[in-house]
Write a protein that binds this ligand. Structure first.
Ligand code: FES
Length: 113
C-alpha cells in the first residue's frame, strides 16, 4: 500500500480503519494526517495544530469545524482555515475513496487566507 496511484494519490488505509466517530490518523509521506468522515465524505488535515501541534484528531467536531484539544482553536476541516485567527490555517489534503481504499493526495495543499 505504498505505491503512488492516480496522479499523486496514495492509498493510506481501508475504510475499516475509521473508528465509530468516523476518524482515523494515517501517515502520508511521513506526516500524521487526521481523517474525519462528515456527512458521508472524508476530509483530511495535518494532525498537528499550527499553534502548538495539538492533535486535531482528538478535538471536538462541530459541523465541519474541529476544535483543537489543547487550546480550542477552531479549524474548518474543508479549508484548513481558523475562523478565530484569520490567516492561520492547517494543511488540508484531498481525499478519494476507491472501493474500500482511502487515498490521500501526496502533495497536500494549503488554502490561501
Ligand atoms: S495547540 Fe492547538 S490551539 Fe494550541
Amino acid at each position: 500500500m505504498n505505491g503512488h496511484l492516480d496522479g499523486g494519490f496514495i492509498p493510506v488505509a481501508t475504510l475499516d480503519v475509521l473508528d465509530a466517530r468516523g476518524r482515523a490518523v494515517v501517515q502520508v509521506d511521513g506526516v500524521a494526517v487526521a481523517l474525519f468522515r462528515v456527512n458521508g465524505e472524508l476530509h483530511a488535515v495535518a494532525d498537528a495544530c499550527p499553534h502548538r501541534a495539538g492533535p486535531l484528531s482528538e478535538g471536538d467536531l462541530v459541523g465541519y469545524v474541529v476544535h483543537c484539544p489543547l487550546h480550542t482553536w477552531p479549524f474548518d476541516i474543508r479549508t484548513g482555515q481558523c475562523p478565530r485567527h484569520p490567516g492561520v490555517q492547517v494543511r488540508t489534503y484531498v481525499v478519494r475513496v476507491q472501493g474500500q481504499h482511502i487515498l490521500v493526495s501526496a502533495s497536500g495543499r494549503v488554502h490561501a487566507p
